[in-house]
Each structure stands twice: as C-alpha cells, then as structure tokens.
Design a protein around this ligand. Structure first.
Ligand SMILES: O=c1ccn([C@H]2C[C@H](O)[C@@H](COP(=O)(O)OP(=O)(O)OP(=O)(O)O)O2)c(=O)[nH]1
Ligand SMILES: [Mg+2]
Length: 168
C-alpha cells in the first residue's frame, strides 16, 4: 500500500528534539511506528521512569494514538509501559512521554538516547453518547465476568482425559 493510499491518515508532528527521527513504521503492514527515548536511562529491577520521545503530534478529531510496548524488548529484558497502552488524545499537543517499567526481577534495563523503546498505534475512536436507562437489555453473558467462562488451560492431561471438553 502506498503512502498516498486513502487509508493513511495525515498526522501533524513537530520534533521538540531535532535529533530524533520522525516515528516510522519498520515494515509495510506494521501497526506501530517506533518511538525513541531522548535520554540515557538505567532502570533497576521493578522500577519505573517517565521518558521523553522528543515528538509532539496533532491527531485529527476522531482519532487517538496508543503507546504500546515493543515485544522484543519485553521478552528479552522485561521492559514494558506501566499504563499500556498509553492514550494520546486528539487534543494533546505536548511531548509524547512514556512511563517505562522494568519487569525483570534481577537485571537493570540499560537504555541509550535514541533507542526505540515503544510503538505508537494510531486508531480511529468513537466518542460515545451515554444514554442512562433504568434497565439494560438482556445478553447471553449477562453480568458474568472475571473468569466466568473458566480461567484455566483446556489442554493437558485433565483435558485429554475428558476428551478436551471446555470448562463452564
Ligand atoms: O503514555 C502516555 C499517556 C498519556 N500521555 C499524554 C497524552 C494524553 O492526551 C495526556 C493525558 O493522558 P491520560 O488521559 O491517560 O492521563 P490522565 O492522568 O487522565 O491525565 P489528564 O487528567 O490530563 O487527562 O497525557 C502521554 O504523553 N503518554
Ligand atoms: Mg485523562
């Protein structure tokens, strides 16, 4: 799909730090454009820190951007985003900041200025109009939540013994 495709949305961007790259999609079809940290950082096990990305954006109304962790860093060193996904509102004009956390129980995460630490996913969002009613319409799920369909793996010795039937 070319950059001129109508499915691409134009997002205005300013670089507050002129040295950072404009966020870019690493491969065609990628959902997230990578964001970098503007500071060097050593994050001890279990600790968090807010870092700058050096960019600010103006999303069109009806859109939001979401700051997601990068899977590779999460799996390799335990780096994630505390409030994942962070929500960037269409009206926000400040620097996009990222609240990083080191989930590794033993090793610090060492980051250098310019490292790609998270990814920004731009999405259309609906704005709801909340209509208060006395009673909600029935549904199959009803009020069943928090594991009401069964919270455990359906595979394994027990599942094999009962022919793989699901719980619930
Ligand atoms: O990972 C994030 C999340 C948020 N923001 C910025 C953009 C967003 O529009 C604003 C507010 O975010 P949010 O609504 O999640 O935070 P809040 O604690 O509810 O703050 P506010 O009272 O300003 O809405 O902070 C970031 O830079 N990075
Ligand atoms: Mg808010």
């Amino acid at each position: 799909m070319s950059d001129a495709s109508p499915s691409r949305v134009e997002v205005l961007l300013t670089r507050l730090d002129p040295e950072v790259p404009v966020p870019a999609y690493a491969r065609p079809g990628d959902a997230g454009a990578d964001l970098v940290t503007t500071s060097d950082l050593v994050l001890p096990p279990g600790e968090r820190a807010v870092v700058g990305t050096g960019v600010a954006i103006a999303l069109p109304m009806g859109y939001a951007a979401f700051v997601h962790p990068r899977s590779g860093l999460a799996a390799r060193v335990g780096l994630s985003v505390v409030n994942t996904p962070g929500t960037i509102d269409a009206g926000y004009r400040g620097e996009i900041k990222i609240c990083l956390v080191n989930h590794d129980p033993r090793e610090p995460v060492v980051l250098r200025r310019g490292d790609r630490i998270a990814q920004l996913v731009v999405q259309r969002v609906e704005r709801a109009c909340f209509l208060e009613v006395a009673e909600l319409p029935d549904s199959q799920r009803g009020a069943g939540g928090y594991g009401s369909t069964g919270g455990h793996a359906v595979l394994g010795p027990a599942a094999e013994a009962d022919g793989g039937a699901t719980e619930g």
